[in-house]
Design a protein around this ligand. Sequence first.
Ligand code: FMN
Length: 160
Amino acid sequence: MTDNGKEYRRILGHYPTGVCAVTAMKDNGVPAGLIVGSFTSVSLNPMLVAFFPDRSSTSWPEIKATGRFCVNVLADCQQDVCKELSAKGDNKFKNVGYHLSKLGSPILDGALAWIDCTLDEVHEAGDHFIVLGKVHDLNLHQQGDPMIFHKGGYSRVLPI
Ligand SMILES: Cc1cc2nc3c(=O)[nH]c(=O)nc-3n(C[C@H](O)[C@H](O)[C@H](O)COP(=O)(O)O)c2cc1C
């Protein structure tokens, strides 16, 4: 293909995803995090989840260094959080409230659900990594509906 992946993105954009914030607490007490649409459950026994960070992500190496992370499933009303944590910068959490999980990773205020993990495996996959997390604890945090990313924009779920 000679369109720099435009067609790949257009076609694959028809597959909707949820939107999650993957967070960790650095040794210096500063939180790290990024937004991913690539979160998925993998295995029940043992409980494993996965997400795919881009090689160009600056937050992923910081999260990796902690050896743990929390996946926060964003609600449809959390577009402000999505915007803050998908931006580049070292002060992403200045407007984002959170408390710490048992493993010490940020659980975001207003998230629908959270999954507290230790880093299990990292695999190279083209211009991304495949990251597997071992689930230690998980819970629902708020009532509401998830944010959906679809065809390059944000949507809400509509029951059929
Ligand atoms: C809806 C949405 C889904 C995204 N999904 C991913 C993803 O699966 N993997 C990824 O590496 N980046 C994804 N991004 C982009 C990252 O959030 C963004 O590039 C990152 O936060 C950049 O900052 P960093 O350098 O601090 O990592 C997504 C962004 C948005 C808005």
